[in-house]
Design a protein around this ligand. Structure first.
Ligand code: C2E
Ligand code: C2E
Ligand code: C2E
Length: 90
């Protein structure tokens, strides 16, 4: 079992992620593109990711899953409420 269980789903804002200038997010962007390909999920503006994959990415970033969520939130590439996000964009 995981030591850390995020409060909700981890959802990436793909537009923010893919257009982000910081080199720091480049590996996450490559990862998200690979997941989109594996799922055949090409048209979304957001991508829900597995808790297991968040844990793996946290190791790559030398942090904890909660630490990575905090950092991605600071960088503005996470969506906290997908319904609010869709209403805002449409
Ligand atoms: P798989 O892990 O054998 O999953 C097969 C199918 O089960 C997935 O097809 C999806 O329809 C469903 N599925 C599995 N786990 C979940 C889940 O937590 N939530 C939902 N909504 N559906 C789930 P799909 O999406 O076409 O993915 C095909 C394969 O691509 C997956 O086979 C897996 O090997 C890989 N994959 C896709 N997304 C991810 C991901 O986020 N992380 C990882 N590590 N692999 C992924
Ligand atoms: P939700 O998980 O709260 O997602 C809300 C909306 O965010 C989705 O509306 C979709 O527009 C977007 N979204 C979230 N994650 C992804 C993603 O990984 N890829 C893409 N392309 N879009 C994403 P949608 O599709 O109308 O789904 C409404 C609700 O239906 C979802 O709410 C969820 O509760 C359920 N749902 C849809 N597909 C699946 C699925 O494959 N597995 C499960 N378990 N539930 C699903
Ligand atoms: P979700 O579809 O609402 O699934 C929530 C949780 O239920 C998943 O959390 C996972 O623990 C479990 N689950 C759902 N379907 C399956 C399944 O087919 N096999 C297994 N072993 N467990 C399943 P998790 O893994 O943290 O994933 C979070 C969200 O990421 C999922 O929410 C879904 O939106 C997305 N996701 C994860 N893996 C896949 C995938 O392979 N394909 C697709 N299309 N979406 C995925």
């Amino acid at each position: 079992p995981m030591k850390f269980e995020p409060a909700g789903k981890i959802i990436l804002d793909l537009e923010a992620l893919y257009e982000h200038p910081a080199d720091e997010v480049a590996p996450i962007a490559r990862y998200a593109r690979a997941i989109q390909q594996q799922r055949g999920d090409y048209n979304g503006r957001m991508l829900s990711i597995r808790a297991d994959d968040l844990s793996a990415l946290a190791i790559v970033y030398d942090t904890t899953p909660s630490g990575l969520v905090e950092r991605l939130t600071e960088l503005g590439v996470l969506i906290s409420d997908p319904h609010e996000f869709l209403n805002r964009e449409n």
